[in-house]
Design a protein around this ligand. Structure first.
Ligand code: ADP
Ligand code: ADP
Length: 237
């Protein structure tokens, strides 16, 4: 469970990214955050694995206040809370396999990775993850040889190999065309349902949110202005 209690975040230049946010997200939910550009969606999502640090309040992940974490505690938070980005964040010149194994072993610069010292178990897990998103045929391609949709699927496989309890996806389809966007959203939803991984996705298209979300959180100017099932969105907005 993720709990925001009066969470605010003020950026060093004085911009308020989040203003007294109170919300909780339960295990297994598939939540979509919507709002205009600048509404605070990315700040909200990135707070949950401390890519940004709220300046006041309490943010609990599984009953632990993550605002106090550093060092080893932060690393274990980021293993439990996997992240998917708009621009995939793959190591472009590395193979798909190396990129996916990085989900398990850390970044691709580790000695194990440079020397290709992967265990059978690491390889098997990476392969299984790639199969889940239907891209295991690209194992030995370089990441930059793949289309955007394929790269995003590889980044989903990478996050799966780290066996997260939560997945955060920050505008995962913003660089993709509509058919490819739907494909990526379907994989995220399938993994949420099959593995029970609590998933929070930022989107800026409300129609896409309504199609996939169990619950929609609407943000404006750093505040939550709507929170409810997708079916309620039409009535209230
Ligand atoms: P969204 O994801 O909804 O587009 P963001 O969370 O990126 O919104 O931004 C929320 C607000 O915080 C915006 O006003 C944005 O300009 C500001 N902001 C985001 N990142 C920074 C930063 N690093 N420094 C200062 N202001 C920032
Ligand atoms: P998908 O929709 O399945 O993600 P596309 O239909 O966009 O993939 O791509 C079809 C094929 O074209 C893929 O096999 C991919 O390898 C290749 N391809 C697409 N974009 C690029 C690119 N920028 N560089 C190299 N190959 C690409």
């Amino acid at each position: 469970m993720i709990e925001f209690k009066n969470v605010s975040l003020v950026y060093p230049n004085g911009t308020k990214g989040l203003k007294e946010v109170n919300v909780s997200i339960k295990e297994g939910e598939f939540v979509v955050i919507v709002g205009l550009s600048g509404a605070g969606k990315s700040t909200f999502i990135r707070s949950i694995n401390r890519l940004v640090s709220p300046t006041s309040g309490e943010l609990n992940v599984d009953e632990e206040n993550i605002l106090r974490l550093k060092g080893k505690g932060l690393r274990s938070l980021r293993t439990k809370v996997g992240m998917i980005f708009q621009n995939y964040n793959l190591v472009k010149r590395s193979t798909v396999m190396k990129n996916v194994i990085a989900g398990r072993l850390g970044h691709t610069g580790t000695l194990k990775s440079i020397l290709n010292l992967y265990s059978k178990e690491d390889m098997a897990l990476a392969y299984e993850s790639l199969k889940r998103v239907n891209i295991s045929d690209k194992l030995y391609n370089r990441a930059d040889e793949l289309s955007g949709g394929q790269q995003q699927r590889v980044s989903i496989a990478r996050v799966l190999t780290q066996k997260p309890k939560y997945i955060l996806a920050d505008e995962p389809v913003a660089s993709l065309d509509p058919p490819t966007s739907h494909q990526v959203m379907k994989y995220l939803k399938k993994i949420n349902k099959e593995d029970g991984i609590t998933t929070i996705v930022n989107l800026h298209f409300i129609d896409m949110a309504m199609e996939y979300a169990d619950r929609i959180i609407g943000m404006r100017a750093g505040e939550i202005v709507f929170d409810g099932p997708a079916s309620e969105v039409n009535e209230k907005t």
